[in-house]
Design a binder for this molecule. Sequence first.
Ligand code: NAP
Length: 253
Amino acid sequence: MSTGLFDLAGRTAVVTGCNTGLGRAMALGLAQAGADIVGINRSGSADLGSEVAALGRRYVDLRADLSERGGEQALIDAAAATSGRIDILVNNAGIIRRRAAIDFSESDWDDVMELNLSAVFRLSQAAARRFVAQGRGGKIVNVASMLSFQGGVRVPSYTASKSGVLGLTRALANEWAPLGINVNAIAPGYMDTNNTAELRADAQRNDAILARIPAGRWGSPADLAGAIVFLASDAASYVHGHTLAVDGGWLAR
Ligand code: NAP
């Protein structure tokens, strides 16, 4: 197999929520494989632009609160205007709210569903329209979760949203595979980011989680680089509607 299959030179990848955590690591992985990066971020990152530049790639930072409806097509078109095209969309931005289901507030439900699921649909739709107009197909990679497969505890809206992401990934793949658009997802396991800070700070939960991970450690954001490059590349051209777990073996347990 030629490594050229994984070469992203000349491609432009749009990555949401890449100022930190998993999004940042995936943006760097894609840049390392040759892609220029357009970040769609609510807040800035001090050094992502310079790190992408150090890899010989271009980084453009667009700002948006993706919970706000209505600006998606303009955002995707602005991203495409930076290099004349987009080839890859990574729907990474996401939030979590932890509280017992019986006390869960309407806003903890709505805020999570809006960003983690509804915004993913809106941006995917905008990107697909762009891919069709460009006439070269494209790649969409959504960020799912272990809670796309499992119920979780004290995170009802997160589980609902990430289970929805898995279903949406399949639904969009079915409609868009004939258009040359690959829609897939990555389901990260328990990764060391802001999103899991509360869990890692709870010694009991931390130990229980670690004891259940066959690899014996929390994932690091860089562990996603191989999976994102694969799904964004020609190597995955016949992969449609799949959610790929990168979880240290958690789901195998
Ligand atoms: P993180 O460090 O909290 O990063 C989340 C990103 O989403 C940040 O860039 C954040 O921007 C952005 N974001 C939040 N609200 C936004 C909004 N309204 N509009 C635009 N951007 C917004 O978390 P992470 O762990 O890297 O999570 C990234 C993705 O992986 C999420 O979808 C998460 O659910 C998923 N995931 C994480 C894990 C894990 O173990 N860490 C496991 C499975 C799935 P700001 O910095 O401006 O808030």
